[in-house]
Design a protein around this ligand. Structure first.
Ligand code: C2E
Ligand code: MG
Ligand code: MG
Length: 782
């Protein structure tokens, strides 16, 4: 049997897969559908194969049954003929019958034949005489004696004859008296009814009939004798066996046709087929159910994994319930572990993004977030207290004592604030800046008391690394809503207050006042004006003499910048230089001062020198040395007549770099003076770190001389050290002869101050030099 192409296993599987792919969208339904389709396919193939097997088996069985039936039929026919012959034998030897036959006693013969017919239960009993004539048991016999005679004479006594058009079984017994006088013939028809009786004796339902060969249907005619063939007919498929039976008449060829319905044979197995089909259907259903469960077992955890991943992607912390097969459990475990790890890392990142690494305090961003929320809820009875804190001179401490000490100091400040204000949010804004936020303050809360607490917390001695350090910090405070209705404006107000606290003197707090805002806008306006003035070249240089006590003459002038403002009159450098510093404009402005000072000094007589102030920011900017070299070259001023005044604050920050720059300037041949010595971060160590040509002792020391006390000793210490280091000393702000005398006594080399002259415009310098030459007349040099 050849299998249908479509049913070939690999094609079937491929088709199934394609079908599954098209129909099922989820993994679970795909697996389930695939299983069901595969199972159904296997069952279908099984049913087809088993069905074919059953058909083959049934056909074989039917053939065997038919063959056996044929033999039984032969025997039945033979037995029947023998019975008929036996009955005939008795009558043929009966004396009365023989006598009646001999005498021709027709009534007796008829009666004997009738009695024989009835007893032997045959259709007809007759005598065939040697001439072929027939004496029958009844009237109208259709036995054709003449046709039989040939066979009978040939010794044949069994066979089939035609009886009135119907095939009949015949058995002949010779009547011998003693010579052969005829034959007693018993004939029994083989019509449908008779055959039916025969069939009932057979083990299987067969149809049997005896027909003459000439009357065989066209389908049966070609069937070889004695063989079983399959014939299609109106009654469906049948197995047919055609066999020859002996004929007792000439010219006839009777055939026994046995037919067995194949449909009927196969029908016996219908039950089996139905059972097989039921098993398959139940198998597919059970298999399908199992496949659905199995696929759910795989797909459901995957689905919940996917849902969890989606939820996780959406921001929720989703965990998966650990269940299912071991692989699925391990996948869920891994997913959960990943969620935990990512969560932890996210929290770390979150923490890092909102906290300061050094102090672990919230950072500026976090502070502003909280301030934003506080501001949205603030009112006159829920006030917001914002403090902006800046550690004073932190850079100097850091540089002098090293970064580890600086870090520790910041940590100490952080810890102190947290300990003292446990309800506040303390944040580090970066560098040495901190923030403190208190929210929901009612009107009874005393903000000044809080400010004082802050002041006392921040201004004290702290022990760091075993050393006592004097902590100092400035605090700017703003109170919401009065000082600002947004986080931005409150912070700005606190910043302005801090600026003010710093400029008022360090280690103090300052509350925001509206005037600070006005001051800030004034500064902004001035910045704009300053920019325009630089562009228009509105500045002038004034010069103040530097007087040598020992030589009793003016040795040089300090160039001091002036800004003649169209509206505000002459603006002091003390006002605009810090703004120019902050905005960076000082670089451009300072370069102008250097060029202008050199230009004018080149016109001065003799060796009179000029001193130019260089701001810290200008010093570290690129191109200062180039600018100075160019100015000297263009004006022809000898480098030795140019002095640069720098302040101690240049040592805040990168000391090494500052020293490198100072050395490179000294290499140009110019002199370097340390201005305002003793104001800021005064450290005698600076004097040792660089060979200054001059030290300018600040006005504050000079003034202190008038009050007596330790000032004399300090000035003496400075002049002694300077002398030892080969540096000149100059005292600033000398306004009286007494100070002049005192300074001379303490060993000061030079003085500068109103006593000699106020700063004068450039065009007056030459005249001033002239007027100051007979110095002996004016200053009593001891
Ligand atoms: P400074 O370099 O210490 O200059 C000395 C200041 O003391 C000058 O103030 C001068 O007028 C003032 N002064 C001199 N003698 C006396 C005195 O006897 N009594 C009093 N009370 N004051 C006296 P000025 O001109 O207002 O300059 C202030 C500061 O501005 C300067 O202090 C300097 O640091 C800065 N400055 C001035 N010009 C320039 C400049 O061109 N560049 C830079 N970077 N800074 C400059
Ligand atoms: Mg100066
Ligand atoms: Mg000075």
């Amino acid at each position: 049997m050849t299998m249908d192409r479509a049913l070939q296993p690999h094609r079937l599987v491929r088709r199934c897969m394609a079908f599954v792919g098209r129909r099922a969208r989820t993994l679970g339904s795909r697996i389930a559908l695939l299983y069901v389709v595969l199972l159904a396919s296997v069952m279908a193939v099984t049913i087809v194969v088993a069905g074919s097997g059953i058909s083959l088996f049934a056909r074989d069985n039917a053939e065997r049954d038919l063959a056996a039936n044929a033999r039984v039929f032969d025997q039945i026919i033979a037995t029947r003929q023998r019975q008929m012959a036996d009955a005939g034998e008795v009558v043929a030897h009966d004396f009365g019958f023989r006598e009646a036959f001999a005498t021709g006693d027709a009534p007796t013969l008829a009666s004997a034949l009738q009695s024989l017919r009835d007893r032997a239960r045959v259709s007809e009993a007759a005598i065939v005489q040697l001439d072929g004539s027939v004496i029958a048991s009844g009237q109208g016999s259709t036995i054709d004696g003449a046709a039989m005679i040939g066979r009978l004479e040939g010794g044949q006594n069994r066979g089939v004859v035609s009886l009135g058009g119907t095939e009949a079984l015949a058995a002949a017994v010779p009547i011998e008296m003693p010579d052969l006088a005829g034959w007693l013939v018993l004939v029994n028809t083989l019509g449908p009814e008779d055959m039916g009786q025969l069939v009932r004796l057979s083990a299987v339902p067969v149809e049997a009939k005896v027909v003459d060969r000439s009357k065989l249907s066209p389908r049966l005619a070609p069937v070889p004798l004695g063989e079983i063939a399959e014939v299609d007919g109106s009654k469906g498929e049948r197995l047919v066996r055609v066999s020859a039976i002996a004929s007792l008449q000439d010219g006839r060829e009777p055939r026994l046709v046995l037919a067995h319905s194949l449909d009927a044979a196969l029908a016996q197995y219908n039950g089996l087929r139905i059972v097989l089909l039921l098993i398959s259907v139940i198998g597919v259903i059970v298999g399908g159910w199992a496949a659905i469960r199995l696929s759910r077992g795989i797909a459901r955890p995957l689905q919940s994994l996917a849902e969890a991943a989606r939820a996780y992607g959406g921001g929720a912390v989703a965990k998966v319930k650990v269940q299912g097969a071991i692989e699925v459990r391990s996948l869920a475990d891994s997913f959960n572990a990943m969620v935990d790890a990512v969560d932890e890392r996210e929290q770390q990142i979150m923490h890092a993004s909102l906290h300061d690494a050094l102090t672990d305090l919230p950072n500026r961003r976090f502070f502003i977030e909280k301030l934003d929320r506080a501001v949205s809820r603030q009112s006159d009875i829920h006030r917001t207290f914002v403090a902006f804190i800046d550690v004073d001179d932190f850079k100097a401490i850091n540089d002098a004592m090293g970064h580890p000490v600086g870090d520790e100091l910041l940590r100490t400040v952080a810890q102190s604030l947290q300990d003292r204000f446990p309800d506040a949010m303390v944040a580090r804004f970066g560098g040495d800046e901190f923030g403190l936020l208190l929210t929901g303050l009612d009107p009874k809360e005393d903000c000044t008391a809080i400010a004082r607490m802050l002041e006392s917390t921040l201004n004290r001695e702290a022990i760091i690394d075993g050393r006592g350090i004097l902590l100092s910090a400035s605090v700017g405070i703003a109170i919401g809503p009065q000082d600002g209705d947004s986080a931005d404006s409150l912070l700005k107000s606190a910043d302005l207050a801090l600026y003010r606290a710093k400029s008022d003197g360090k280690g103090a707090y300052h509350f925001f006042e509206p005037e600070l805002d006005a001051e800030a806008s004034r500064r902004r306006r001035m910045e704009i004006d300053l920019r325009r003035a630089i562009r228009d070249g509105d500045f002038e240089l004034y010069f103040q003499p530097l007087f040598s006590i020992s030589e009793n003459r003016v040795k040089g002038f300090e160039a001091l910048m002036r800004w003649p403002h169209k509206e505000h009159g002459m603006i002091s450098p003390a006002t605009f230089i810090p703004i120019a510093e902050e905005s960076g404009m000082i670089v451009q402005l300072g370069e102008w001062a250097v060029r202008e000072a050199c230009r004018q000094a080149a016109q001065w007589p003799g060796d009179i020198s000029v001193a130019v102030n260089i701001s810290p920011r200008q010093l570290v900017a690129d191109g200062l040395a180039t600018c100075i070299a160019q100015a000297l070259a263009q004006t022809g001023l000898p480098a030795s007549r140019l002095e640069l005044e720098i302040t101690e604050s240049v040592f805040i920050g990168n000391v090494e770099r500052t020293l490198k720059i100072l050395h490179s300037l000294q290499l140009l041949g110019v002199r370097v003076a340390l201005d305002d010595f003793g104001t800021g971060y005064s450290s005698l160590s600076y004097l040792r770190s660089f060979p200054f040509d001059k030290i300018k002792i600040d006005q504050s020391f000079v003034r202190a001389l008038e009050e007596g006390g330790s000032a004399h000793a300090i000035v003496r210490a400075i002049t002694t050290l300077a002398e030892a280091l080969g540096m000149e000393t100059l005292a600033e702000g000398v306004e009286t002869q007494e100070l002049f005398d005192a300074l001379q006594k303490e060993g000061c080399d030079m003085i500068q101050g109103y006593l000699i002259s106020r700063p004068v415009p450039g065009e007056e310098v030459v005249r001033l030099i002239g007027s100051l030459q007979p110095a002996e007349a004016r200053f009593a040099v001891g």
